[in-house]
Design a protein around this ligand. Structure first.
Ligand SMILES: Cc1cc2nc3c(=O)[nH]c(=O)nc-3n(C[C@H](O)[C@H](O)[C@H](O)COP(=O)(O)O)c2cc1C
Length: 171
């Protein structure tokens, strides 16, 4: 599949089948995150994988959605604010930027592997921190539920047009 087809094929999957995901495929998705670029190559991320059913059940308390509970695997992408690049000019912390690239690599790798996922940021951060026992400098940035999509159809992308978002030569 060429890149643009893959990118168009990825969508937020909110319905998962109960087919288990092999450890090899989970590793393939994690590897895509690992090789993502980051500012100064600091790689300020850690990935927590929750795949044991009893752990998954307890973890589901961080985000109450029926579809979320269907996923057999969760990857919590955490940012390490102590390792991230902070721009000298204004101190901007690039943890979110770097983590987002790793997350996007993973969503595309999941699609490539025939799996589905969905960015989840609207979770209970405190509950997630407590569940994972995270130290203060480690922030849970997003959760990726991972599983086989229950449906085959890919929804049409609703996006602004290039004309609306591009400014050639000047804003
Ligand atoms: C940073 C970010 C946070 C998101 N958080 C959530 C979320 O908490 N729950 C959810 O159902 N979808 C979440 N989404 C999914 C978006 O709603 C979705 O990507 C967007 O509507 C475009 O649809 P598509 O992913 O199917 O192309 C999030 C997406 C991004 C990029």
């Amino acid at each position: 599949m060429n890149f643009i087809d893959l990118a168009k094929r990825r969508y937020s999957v909110r319905s998962y089948s109960d087919k288990p995901v092999s450890k090899d495929l989970i590793q393939q998705v994690l590897e895509a995150g690992r090789i993502a670029p980051s500012a100064v190559n600091f790689q300020p991320w850690e990935f927590v994988i929750i795949s044991e059913p009893e752990n998954a059940k307890a973890f589901q308390e961080v985000y109450h959605r029926d579809w979320f509970n269907q996923a057999p695997v969760y990857i919590v992408i955490c940012g390490d604010h102590n390792q991230a690049w902070h721009r000298q000019a204004d101190g901007k912390d690039h943890t979110d930027v770097d983590a987002s690239i790793a997350i996007d690599h993973m969503t595309l790798a999941a699609t490539d592997a025939g799996l589905g996922t969905c960015w989840v940021c609207n979770f209970d951060v405190e509950k997630c921190r407590e569940y994972l026992k995270l130290p203060d400098h480690i922030e849970p940035i997003a959760i990726l539920p991972l599983g086989y999509p229950a449906k085959d159809d890919i929804p049409e992308k609703k996006r602004k047009s290039l004309d609306d978002i591009c400014h050639w030569e000047k804003y």
